[in-house]
Design a protein around this ligand. Structure first.
Ligand SMILES: [Zn+2]
Length: 294
């Protein structure tokens, strides 16, 4: 399963940082990768064509991203352009399906809900996107405040703006404690580099004692897991698995001491085992949140 983003967020971030990187125009994004003469033009059509070439299973529309600090006028323009571009993306998507003779199992196309901190704009954007019709809907814009906390008000507005019964995708969010909050808001798809990155940095997720239940993870304080730090000295001679309740390849067969040794000797297996463990932790978290387990 391959999910591809449109690049709208990345272009927005660079251009916001320095306008020499380009400009968001009415019908396209102009990008100067080296802030020099070279120009790249990103259109909704090109963006969809590229995602077909990558053989993506879930594609995102090209949108116009904003920050919650932006004015109403900026958010208004973002919604209007995002909807206009989403329509062009959908048309190009259908053109590609026909040209490539794709029937039956087709890739999915998601629209992105913008509107910044204005609930009315979010709701309007969701409604207009729904009229075009998408397989799922993503949260657009910057989701954190200046201290790195979730802007729960904005995220809730966007979730409310997305039609129920479709996938609601919290783009770029996925720390365990965030997932718990976002599921309550109605989101059901997440993405984040955190589980694999943490694994490579010797940090493995473990449910806290007694928290390995739906009630545990749903506790409002959200303190339902801890980190196992693989290179802590106390692990050097610890024969227990990282998590006695985990059924991943690491926990089933190996001790904390063994993992400590793998990291100490820079054996690449350390990264593989830790990554498998953290991904299994995420699976178990999602199972608990979905209520899969009795
Ligand atoms: Zn494990």
């Amino acid at each position: 399963m391959l999910l591809t983003d449109s690049g709208g967020f990345q272009l927005f971030s660079l251009i916001r940082e320095n306008s020499a990187y380009g400009e968001i125009r009415e019908s396209e994004i102009l990008f100067r990768p080296d802030m020099g003469k070279e120009k790249l033009i990103f259109t909704p059509e090109k963006c969809i064509q590229a995602q077909f070439r990558y053989m993506s299973d879930i594609m995102m529309c090209l949108d116009v991203c904003t920050s919650p600090d932006d004015s109403f006028e900026v958010q208004r323009r973002s919604v209007d352009l995002t909807v206009k571009w989403a329509k062009r993306c959908k048309e190009e998507y259908e053109t590609q399906l026909r040209a490539r003779r794709i029937r039956g199992q087709r890739p999915l196309l998601f629209g992105i809900v913008q509107g910044g901190q204005y609930r009315d704009l979010r709701l309007e954007c969701g409604k207009r996107l729904e009229e075009i019709g998408f397989d799922g809907y993503g949260f657009g814009g910057w989701p954190l405040d200046s201290e790195g906390h979730l802007r729960e008000d904005i995220l809730q507005d966007a979730a409310d703006a997305m039609p129920d019964g479709k996938v609601k995708y919290a783009m770029g969010l996925g720390r365990p404690e965030e997932i718990v909050k976002l599921v309550k808001m109605g989101y059901n798809l997440f993405d984040c580099v955190i589980p694999t990155r943490e694994a490579r940095h010797q940090r493995l997720y473990v449910f806290r004692e007694g928290m390995e239940t739906r009630e545990g993870v749903l506790r409002p304080e959200g303190d339902f897991f801890r980190y196992h730090r693989a290179l802590d000295e106390e692990n050097a001679r610890d024969a227990r698995p990282v998590d006695e309740n985990c059924d991943c390849a690491l926990c089933r067969s190996h001790s904390r001491a063994y993992l400590y040794h793998l990291f100490k000797t820079e054996d690449p297996q350390a990264l593989r085992y830790s990554t498998a463990h953290n991904l299994r932790f995420y699976e178990r978290l999602m199972e608990l949140l979905r209520g899969d387990e009795a």
